[in-house]
Design a protein. Structure first.
Length: 237
C-alpha cells in the first residue's frame, strides 16, 4: 500500500510509495537534544534540512559515493531507496569537539592529524553507547569485512565533504553517518547529512553553523541553517 507511514524518527517520517523498494522521506520541524529529552519545533527546519541533505547527497553521488538518495520531490520530501539500516552511527571527527572533547578532558578545537572514525550502537534505551569493532561484530550489526567497508566509505565521504565545505568557508569539525544494505546486500550511505548531524564552524569567525546553537542555546537555529544552505547553493548546482 502506498503512503503508509512505516517509520517515524526524531527528525523524519518514512512512507511507502507506489513503487516497490522506493520510500518517501518527509523532514520534520522538530529539533531534539539529549536523546529526545529536550524538544522544540522550528518552523522551516524540515525544508532546510531536506534541501541541504539533497544537495549534499547529489554532490556525493557525482563524486562516486553510493547512497539511498533518489531525488528531492518537494520542499520537505525526498524519494529514497529502501534499505536495511545497519544499527550504527558512524561518526567521523577532524577537530576535537562534543562528546570526545568531554571524554578525553581536552578543550574543543584541537585539529587531528588524521580523522577519527567511531561507532555508536543505535539504541535509544541505551542512549546510543560508544562501541568498538569487536562489539559491532558481537552485536551482529556487521562482519569484519563490512566494518572495513564502513570505515572506508566514511573516510571517503569525509574527504569529499571537507573539500565541499572548505570551498564555502566552513570547517567540517565532525559528522554522523548511517548506512544500509540494498537489495543485493551492498552497503550504501543512508539517512541525512545536515546541520543536525554535522558540526560546522565558519573558518574565519569560528561561528557555529549547526545544531549546537540549539543544544547549547547560543543562537538562532534557522538563521545558521539558512547560512549553510545559501552557501551550499552557490557551489552545488
Ligand atoms: P558527539 O560529539 O555528540 O558524539 O557528536 C559527534 C557528531 O555526530 C556531531 O556532528 C553530531 C553528530 N550526532 C548525530 O548526528 N546524532 C547523534 O545522536 C549524536 C550523538 C551525534
Amino acid at each position: 500500500m502506498a503512503n503508509e507511514l512505516i517509520y517515524e524518527g526524531k527528525a523524519k517520517e518514512l512512507f511507502t510509495t507506489e513503487k516497490e523498494g522506493v520510500l518517501r522521506a518527509k523532514y520534520k520541524d522538530d529539533a531534539t537534544a539529549l536523546n529526545g529529552g529536550r524538544k522544540e519545533v522550528f518552523a522551516g527546519k524540515g525544508k532546510r534540512n531536506n534541501t541541504i541533505t539533497s544537495l549534499i547527497f547529489r554532490y556525493l553521488k557525482a563524486h562516486g559515493i553510493p547512497s539511498h538518495f533518489i531525488e528531492q520531490i518537494s520542499e520537505t520530501e525526498q524519494l529514497i531507496r529502501k534499505v536495511e539500516i545497519i544499527p550504527l552511527e558512524v561518526v567521523v571527527r577532524n577537530v576535537l569537539a562534543g562528546s570526545l572533547a568531554k571524554r578525553l578532558g581536552r578543550p574543543e578545537g584541537e585539529k587531528m592529524d588524521t580523522p577519527i572514525v567511531e561507532f555508536y550502537f543505535k539504541n535509544d534505551a541505551l542512549d546510543d553507547p560508544f562501541i568498538n569493532d569487536d562489539h559491532v561484530v558481537f552485536l551482529g550489526a556487521c562482519d569484519r569485512k563490512e566494518i572495513e567497508t564502513l570505515k572506508a566509505l566514511a573516510l571517503n565521504v569525509n574527504e569529499k565533504l571537507q573539500e565541499l565545505f572548505s570551498e564555502i568557508g566552513i570547517t567540517l569539525v565532525d559528522f554522523k553517518l548511517e548506512f544500509g544494505r540494498d537489495e543485493t546486500g551492498a552497503i550504501i550511505l543512508a539517512d541525512e547529512i545536515s546541520p543536525d548531524t554535522c558540526r560546522l564552524w565558519d573558518k574565519e569567525t569560528k561561528e557555529k553553523l549547526d545544531k549546537d546553537v540549539f543544544r547549547r542555546n547560543i543562537g538562532n537555529l534557522i538563521t545558521v541553517y539558512d547560512e549553510v544552505l545559501n552557501r551550499l547553493m552557490e557551489v552545488v548546482k
